[in-house]
Design a protein. Structure first.
Length: 577
């Protein structure tokens, strides 16, 4: 009799499912042979099966792709290293935690911190022998990496709009509660990384009341957004909560949306990005239960045979939105209220510079190009933020646009923060164009194993060339969202951008046009597998046409559809049409 995986209403033999399902089931609740692999001195790597499991611990094995050919010629194994992602609900950390992150990055990683598009940090270039010291260093400052990656609920994000600091505080609290509630319960993380003694040798010592022993079919993402700012791109989340304020400006509850996701595969029409659908409204005290029941629904009905079809967006399109809502309400034991009318979204960018929030505290949003915190000639960013963290006793908040907010600065301390910003050349909100301030890129080469083309290292130079075109067209002061990913998986959410790029090969990209300025519409393929020359030659006349023919307040994404350059995408299934 074959082994089976059983969740809720389904029961199916494991040998009929994707091999990853067997690997999770046999992993002894995410332990595998990770501990043994860490202790192996003859290689800088761990086994491929353990690499799949370490993702649940927030860790990816990578290698320096810039060195691959040379190391191959020298008959050496690849330059293995690891990426570590921190779990940071709602993107809030104390300045003491920042100082520890900075120290760990300079001691064990590549002397940089990477702010991600999911409002957290990544360390890059960590060697195998330095994994445990890094994670133990995080633990000492009350941070961890559990479930920052893997087939589980990943980091929960929330709007960081400093105008709405009171509402942000409420969403931050809910994000932390949802994150804690949906964490895996296995003790594997504590045993392997924190040297806690194993409770027992049998699997009976562990229990996963929400996930079961095969966890979710694929990753799962949750986000909280507060109109008018859609800075988290709430419709790209598997599960989104859109804050609705009452007449007094207090939090009344959330519109609930389900089924977003960016990942796709080139030349695979059955894969596509999708935006979430609003299915109803819930009270703040119902949020945790709604999140759990949506996760368990995906656990039970997500595709465990074909991982390319395993995200919840495909579950909903396969079974139907009405069925999904009915099954969710059955599990909740009550119906969702009809969606409430609320203030509309107007943009998905950040608001830079000083902003005063409720209570009189000030917040400074600092542009950090593509999220890379490092010192370089003329811009000692990492040093500056370290010095600021030593004097600022408030918070640092990260945004899903890869920027940083120096948050909760009292009036009496603002002048000192301002002086440090100016001393390090970081009063930078006016020296960058709106185009650059609305640009974003994933890491891609040299560390991401999925990258087909450059992204973080290339986008700044492409933006410079597009800035020249914009200036020539009289558009220098106009904002256009531009996103680039080194592969089709869409970590930088390129399929929502007004101009999106995804890597196809060295120096080659697909170009997408027509996304919504506030994240409300997917874009459409415009050019396939082209280089920089073709990109600039194609975009220059369209930008000049936009300057001449745009209507009052018309965004670039809306214009290219009205002008006929692309047709509007009405649903995920329509994306590849």
């Amino acid at each position: 009799m074959s082994d089976t995986q059983s969740h809720g209403d389904i029961s199916r033999p494991l040998d009929e499912l994707h091999p990853n399902e067997r690997g999770k089931a046999d992993s002894h609740y995410l332990r595998g042979t990770i501990a043994e692999g860490l202790a192996a001195p003859i290689t800088g790597a761990i086994s491929e099966e353990d690499n799949k499991l370490t993702k649940f611990h927030g860790i990816y094995m990578q290698d320096d792709r810039d060195l691959r050919d040379e190391r191959r010629r020298q008959k050496l194994e690849p330059a293995y290293q690891f990426m570590i992602r921190v779990r940071l609900p709602a993107g809030v950390c104390t300045t003491d935690q920042w100082l520890r992150l900075d120290e760990l990055a300079r001691t064990y990683a590549n002397r940089t911190l990477r702010i991600t598009t999911r409002q957290t940090f990544q360390f890059h270039g960590v060697l195998k022998g330095n994994l445990k010291p890094t994670i133990q260093g995080l633990h000492r400052t009350l941070l961890d990496t559990l479930a920052a990656c893997g087939d589980d609920n990943r980091g929960v994000v929330a709007s960081a709009n400093p105008h709405q600091s009171a509402l942000h505080s409420q969403m931050h609290d809910l994000a932390r509660r949802v994150s804690a509630h949906l964490l895996p319960r296995t003790r594997a993380y504590h045993e392997i990384w924190l040297d806690e003694q194993q409770v027992a040798s049998s699997e009976a010592a562990d229990e996963e009341p929400i996930y079961g022993r095969t966890y979710l079919p694929r990753k799962f993402k949750i986000g909280f957004a507060a109109p008018p700012t859609n800075d988290i791109d709430v419709y790209s989340q598997d599960l989104g909560f859109i804050a609705i304020a009452d007449d007094a400006g207090e939090l009344a509850g959330f519109n609930v949306c389900v089924g977003g996701g960016m990942g796709r595969t080139d030349n695979e029409p059955k894969t596509y990005p999708r935006l979430a659908d609003v299915i109803g409204f819930c009270q703040p005290e119902q949020v945790v239960d709604v999140a759990e029941k949506v996760v368990t629904l995906q656990r039970d009905y997500g595709n465990r045979v074909d991982r390319s079809q395993a995200r919840m967006k495909y579950t909903i399109d396969r079974l139907g939105l009405d069925w999904f809502k009915d099954e969710l309400e059955r599990r909740l034991g009550h119906t969702l209220e009809p969606a409430h009318d609320g203030e509309a979204f107007t943009h998905n960018g950040d608001r830079y510079g000083w902003v005063q929030g409720v209570g009189g505290h000030w917040h400074y949003t600092l542009f950090i190009e593509n999220g890379r915190v490092r010192d370089r000639d003329g811009l000692p960013l990492m040093t500056a933020l370290r010095e600021l963290a030593r004097v600022h006793r408030g918070e640092y908040r990260l945004t899903c646009n890869q920027n940083l907010i120096i948050a909760n600065v009292p009036e009496k301390e603002r002048a000192a923060v301002d002086a440090l910003l100016k001393a390090h050349g970081l009063h930078n909100t006016t020296r960058h164009t709106p185009l650059r301030l609305h640009s974003m890129a994933c890491v891609a080469l040299p560390t991401c194993g999925l990258a087909m083309a450059e992204s973080e290292r290339y986008l700044p130079s492409l933006v410079s060339k597009l800035e020249a075109v914009m200036a020539d067209a009289g558009l220098a002061d106009n904002a256009i969202t531009i996103r680039m990913s080194g592969c089709p998986n869409g970590c930088s959410r390129p399929y929502i951008a007004e101009i999106g790029f995804t890597g196809r090969g060295p120096g080659k990209y697909n170009v997408y046009l027509g996304g919504g300025f506030h994240g409300q519409r997917l874009n459409r393929l415009f050019l396939n597998n082209v280089g920089e020359t073709e990109i600039l030659e194609a975009l220059e006349p369209i930008l000049h046409q936009y300057a001449r023919e745009r209507r009052q307040g018309e965004s670039f994404g809306d214009f290219v559809i009205r002008a006929g350059h692309v047709t509007a995408v009405t649903s995920g299934k329509d994306f590849n049409a």
